[in-house]
Design a protein around this ligand. Structure first.
Ligand SMILES: *[C@@H]1O[C@H](CO)[C@@H](O)[C@H](O)[C@H]1NC(C)=O
Ligand SMILES: *[C@@H]1O[C@H](CO)[C@@H](O)[C@H](O)[C@H]1NC(C)=O
Ligand SMILES: *[C@@H]1O[C@H](CO)[C@@H](O)[C@H](O)[C@H]1NC(C)=O
Ligand SMILES: *[C@@H]1O[C@H](CO)[C@@H](O)[C@H](O)[C@H]1NC(C)=O
Ligand SMILES: *[C@@H]1O[C@H](CO)[C@@H](O)[C@H](O)[C@H]1NC(C)=O
Ligand SMILES: *[C@@H]1O[C@H](CO)[C@@H](O)[C@H](O)[C@H]1NC(C)=O
Length: 597
């Protein structure tokens, strides 16, 4: 629809609504003329009153139109009701800032090395020219540029491989979980793949648990703080060995991922998320229930070693309804189905989300990519298998990319840069897909050190010796599909050594116990408390009140008159006085809609 015709239809809808309002007004009016016109049986009398009225109405309509014009130019009228509607607990999505489990990266470093070597040749045949230092490029600028290229390698891996073995397992991360006093566990979380967090998990409370103010309480094992980046030339302890950190004066060494990963004491985490001040904690995204988490927006970050209370203040905003024009969408929303998990055997998992403004924008961007490059971007949520992603690389060409693969990737980068520039315009274009009623959250956080020294014995007892000690994730025969830590592969078993093949939790415990490899229930004193503390996070995400504030916008006087009439006719039937504001609004909305064509 062009801008012009949508403007015209707005006027038409406005006129219809105005007529509708006048009719109600006439029937209920105590005005003399109107009463006669609608009640009189005599045609001449009716004609007389009609003429009188028409003259008056013309003046009246003119006045009304001018009022509408004036009021729509004025600030909106806002109605605020405190504690007016039941609060809703938002969905919570958790991502680790460092995507990979560090204790596993250390324990199984040889497997990872073999994986990159045999599968990808350490990307030595990729972006050969771009990885060269330019004649006038400073060393610092060069290293920075390389880190961007390496990050791109990791996105290619993301779109092509199943790295779940090294990513977050919610079963291992979750040391304890309760929601409104009821126990919860990993089954209450659903996996969602994200190119930054890699393996994130969403929690949405089941509908039959009443909303309260206790909220969600989680104790998490972050597994993010075992590697400590150090400067070149220093000597570090690694598995009881002294290892000297290599630097290299020869800058051409730096352009290889192999050098970067294996001699510069960088973990895969630093390459996947090459931010200097990398946090050891979690990213927490709060989003309206049923919506897809927008990872970059509304996210809070918490460093490990703390207990954080996120206190949520919630208010619902009912968007301004312009007369007769539905410029927002109501529940139930149309759904969109995004891929939330995939692996290189062709497995696909989907989840449905409310289709709102963001989804329209994403769809538009993905369409643009498909039409220009013949593939979709991993940067935005997508709806079909991994082989439709521009960054997806099939096994056969991982070691040496073909021209087509490079073209797709370059096309992707170019088009993404173009469409991202249009984000603001697109959001405006699709503003009518904003929900009419949306929750706005604001939070304040209390953060304090945790666990403190006095908490440690109980933490060690409850979590280290019981929870971690008991679990057996990743062991051969656990029924899972392991594409990296594949202990059915005799070559990998030989590489690691049979006796070194341990569960995810045991690998973690070995790191906590000074890497000594020997621990038992009675040796809990050997736990390195510093390491333990820097891998734990306690979160309590709670609503401050069980009722939320309601904010309604109204644009004009005529609208208020309208609201008055519809609310009046609702009042007699309305049972639930607390939801009255919402009911009135919903009625208003549906009636306005029913007058449209
Ligand atoms: C490096 O040289 C190229 C041309 O050779 C030039 O375009 C670029 O601006 C130069 N960069 C710097 C930082 O001087
Ligand atoms: C967690 O999931 C179980 C079913 O697996 C369900 O019965 C329970 O209500 C859920 N708990 C919460 C807090 O949503
Ligand atoms: C730097 O290393 C590259 C290969 O790694 C080698 O070809 C080159 O000769 C080295 N340059 C210097 C100055 O050592
Ligand atoms: C693990 O290795 C075995 C033996 O090489 C192989 O048959 C199997 O397909 C591998 N599994 C995965 C998930 O790659
Ligand atoms: C405990 O771990 C920290 C951080 O990993 C390390 O600096 C420290 O030396 C360790 N303490 C002992 C006694 O090994
Ligand atoms: C009041 O609510 C009850 C159930 O919640 C419903 O059965 C009844 O019809 C309602 N009354 C009116 C007048 O809407």
């Amino acid at each position: 629809m062009t801008r012009k015709s949508s403007g015209a239809s707005k006027v038409r809808r406005g006129a219809r609504t105005a007529y509708f309002v006048l009719e109600i007004y006439g029937k209920n009016s105590s005005l003399h003329g109107l009463y006669h016109l609608f009640q009189s049986k005599d045609m001449t009398r009716r004609a007389f009153w009609l003429i009188v009225l028409l003259a008056a109405t013309t003046a009246g309509v003119y006045h009304t139109v001018m009022s509408i014009k004036r009021y729509s130019a004025m600030d909106t009228f806002v109605q605020i009701q405190d504690e007016a509607v039941p609060a809703e607990f938002p969905d919570i999505t958790l991502c680790r800032v460092k995507p990979f489990s560090e204790s596993l990266l250390i324990h199984y470093d040889k497997v990872l090395d073999r994986y990159f070597d045999t599968k990808w040749s350490y990307f030595n045949n990729w972006f050969k020219e771009e990885r060269m230092q330019k004649p006038n490029e400073s060393n610092i600028a060069y290293k920075h540029r390389l880190s961007v290229i390496f990050e791109k390698f990791m996105k290619i891996v993301w779109a092509s491989e199943d790295f779940r073995d090294l990513g977050m397992f919610i079963d291992s991360a979750l040391l304890s979980c309760s929601y409104e006093g009821q126990k919860c566990d990993h089954r209450n979380f659903s996996l969602i793949r994200d190119p930054d967090g890699w393996y994130c998990y969403s929690f949405s409370p089941s509908g039959d648990v009443a909303v309260g103010t206790e909220g969600l309480k989680l104790d998490l094992f972050t597994d993010t703080s075992f590697y400590h980046p150090v400067f070149e030339g220093t000597i570090v302890q690694f598995y009881g060995r002294d290892v000297k950190i290599h630097g290299s004066e020869n800058m051409s060494d730096w352009n290889s991922l192999d050098f970067f990963l294996n001699t510069h004491w960088r973990s895969l985490n630093q390459i996947a998320e090459p931010i200097i001040t990398q946090s050891n904690g979690f990213r927490v995204i709060l989003h309206d229930s049923g919506t897809h988490p927008m990872m970059s927006l509304d996210s809070l970050e918490f460093e490990a070693g703390v207990s954080a209370a996120v206190n949520i203040g919630q208010m619902f905003v009912i968007r301004q309804q312009r007369l007769g024009v539905s410029d927002c969408i109501k529940k139930p929303f149309e759904q969109v189905r995004y891929v939330t998990n995939f692996d290189n055997r062709g497995k696909l998992e989907y989840r449905s989300y409310d289709k709102q403004q963001d989804e329209q924008v994403i769809q538009k961007k993905q369409e643009e990519l498909m039409s220009q490059c013949g593939c979709y971007s991993h940067k935005y949520p997508f709806e079909s298998g991994m082989e439709t992603l521009c960054y997806h690389v099939p096994d056969s060409v991982k070691r040496t990319p073909t021209k087509e693969v490079m073209q797709r990737i370059n096309c992707h980068d170019r088009v993404v840069a173009e469409v991202d520039k249009d984000t603001y315009q697109l959001l405006r274009k699709y503003s009518k897909f904003e929900p009419c009623r949306s929750a706005k959250l604001d939070f304040f956080n209390n953060v304090y050190e945790w666990p403190k020294t006095e908490d440690l014995p109980s933490v060690v007892n409850k979590y280290v010796l019981e929870t971690l000690y008991e679990r057996t994730d990743l062991l051969p025969g656990d029924g899972e599909h392991h594409s990296i830590l594949n202990f059915s592969d005799p070559d990998i078993v030989r590489l690691v050594g049979k006796d070194k093949i341990v569960s995810r939790q045991t690998a973690t415990l070995q790191q906590l116990f000074h890497g000594a490899g020997k621990f038992s229930r009675s040796s809990w004193r050997l736990v390195n408390n510093t390491r333990l503390t820097s891998n734990l996070l306690r979160l309590n995400i709670r609503l401050m009140k069980t009722k939320s504030k309601l904010i309604q916008e109204h644009p004009s006087l005529l609208e208020i008159a309208y609201l008055f009439f519809s609310a009046n006719s609702d009042l007699q039937q309305d049972n639930d006085s607390s939801s009255q504001g919402v009911t009135a609004d919903a009625k208003l909305g549906s009636e306005v809609e029913s007058t449209q064509i």
